[in-house]
Design a protein around this ligand. Structure first.
Ligand code: HAM
Length: 421
């Protein structure tokens, strides 16, 4: 017997009925963006490696350790997209969207690829819903982006997550703060690797999970206490608009994001029931990214929400999301004339939007009724010679077992009516 080939490690596969939850979560997370004027973008799955090196940042874990990078047949270095923001910027610049109406508002729902050590909630192919608003400095836009993420989670019934926000300052105030933090870190007892991190990316040290490091960081200077006047005002207004939008948040001055492009507003949605991989989504401003990638000097803000982790969060909160039923009505024909009738009826019902499946393979009644139950359908219609002769068909509720005899001429109408009731 031929050897069975296994799927790649760390890549979740969503099969029915669980895939119905995946689709429902993705829909819930994208729907708020569509209601706020964001248009869909279908991004390339791979890009020139330099896009991510320049866009996401060479010192980030994502770029230095986690990229799936290959040399293609033309000896070009290509990388499977580890995230969406850099690709969106590239497309906006290349296709001149930045020269049209601003802000450019874009959303996507797609898989991304990171060569991480797989564990629960951390995958090598991860699914995200993301939005990007490019060319707008208004703090009300920051609040809009954050509120759209919050709305997506809330519409699923999630309530236990926490929204954490902070400001990372800008090109004016960040360098002085960075120097201050580096000075502080130099005075600590850190291992060689962490000292090097403090030199290259000192903010990342604030995120060190080890107790012996955290203990020394109690009095570390924080960016929010060293913002320039413009950044402080921007941050104040973001919080003001979040309150107007009824979005609860906590200020989290030690928030550190894994990507280098962030400036000013940054945020993360944290779910306490998810264990180590508790970030269900995050994002922020990236006011220098467009110029870094050769575009016009436009600011931007966006988020990436983890679809996989949001599914886990729904499960952890005991929420049933999505309809696992494959169909609404299951047809059971008994005999060849009945089969012709069932095939025609299935077509008619599908055309008016009813989800229909039927028993194929000329099976006996018992097996077909089992299949009807398994399909999740609300109704079954058993079609036999007598029913056809009488031109009346039994519409059976699979939940209650009750059955009504419906004239053949009004069957489609009755089914539609019952399903809408
Ligand atoms: P990120 O924080 O790297 O941001 O990813 C966003 C979300 O994707 C995370 O909060 C998490 O829920 C999910 N995620 C990330 N890595 C994994 C993984 N290995 N397995 C499962 N889920 C994962 C970004 O990617 C930015 N591009 C977001 C953004 C858009 N910022 C501005 N615009």
């Amino acid at each position: 017997m031929a050897e069975i080939i296994k799927g790649p490690k760390g890549v979740p596969v969503y099969l029915p009925p669980q895939s119905a939850t995946f689709l429902a979560v993705r829909e819930a997370l994208t729907s708020p963006a569509r209601h706020a004027g964001y248009g869909y973008i279908e991004l390339p799955v791979y890009e020139d490696t330099s896009l991510f090196v320049r866009g996401v940042g060479e010192s980030t874990d994502v770029v230095s350790k986690e990229m799936f990078t290959f040399t293609d047949r033309g000896e070009r270095s290509i990388t499977l997209r580890p995230e969406g923001t850099a690709g969106v910027m590239r497309a906006v610049i290349e296709h001149g969207l930045d020269k049209g109406q601003l802000p450019v508002k874009i959303y996507y729902a797609a898989p991304f690829f990171r060569a991480e050590r797989p564990q629960f909630g951390r995958y090598r192919q991860l699914q995200q819903v993301g939005i990007e608003a490019i060319g707008g400095d208004d703090p009300a836009l920051d609040a809009e982006v954050i509120a759209l993420a919050d709305e997506g989670y809330r519409s699923l019934g999630l309530s236990k997550y926490e929204l954490r926000i902070t400001s990372l300052g800008c090109a004016n105030c960040r360098p002085a703060y960075r120097a201050l933090l580096q000075d502080f870190l130099r005075g600590l007892e850190l291992d060689v690797e962490t000292q090097e991190r403090a030199r290259v990316n000192p903010l990342r040290v604030l995120d060190d999970k080890r107790m012996e490091v955290q203990r020394q960081l109690t009095h570390a200077p924080l960016q929010v206490d060293h913002l320039c006047a413009d950044c402080a005002e921007h941050y104040r207004l973001v919080k003001h608009y979040l309150l107007l939008l009824n979005v609860p948040f906590v200020e989290f001055p030690r928030l550190v994001r894994g990507l280098d492009y962030y400036t000013r507003t940054t945020f993360e949605f944290d779910h306490p029931l998810l264990g180590a991989q508790s970030g269900i989504g995050g994002g922020g401003r990236y006011d220098g990214l467009m110029t870094e990638l050769g575009g016009a000097p436009l600011s931007g803000i966006g988020f990436g929400l983890g679809t996989d982790r949001t599914m886990i969060a729904c499960d952890a909160e005991g929420l049933t999301v999505g309809d696992p039923a494959r169909c609404d009505v299951f047809l059971v024909p008994l005999g060849s004339e009945a089969k012709d009738y069932a095939v025609r009826l299935a077509g008619q019902l599908r055309r008016v939007g009813v989800r229909v499946d039927m028993a194929y393979g000329d099976r006996a009644l018992k097996g077909s009724m089992k299949a009807a139950d398994r399909s999740g359908a609300r109704y079954a219609v058993v079609i036999g010679d007598r029913e056809l002769a009488d031109r009346a068909l039994p519409l059976k509720s699979l939940a209650t077992g009750e059955q009504e005899l419906v004239p053949a001429d009004s069957l489609v109408q009755t089914i539609v009516g019952n399903l809408e009731a």
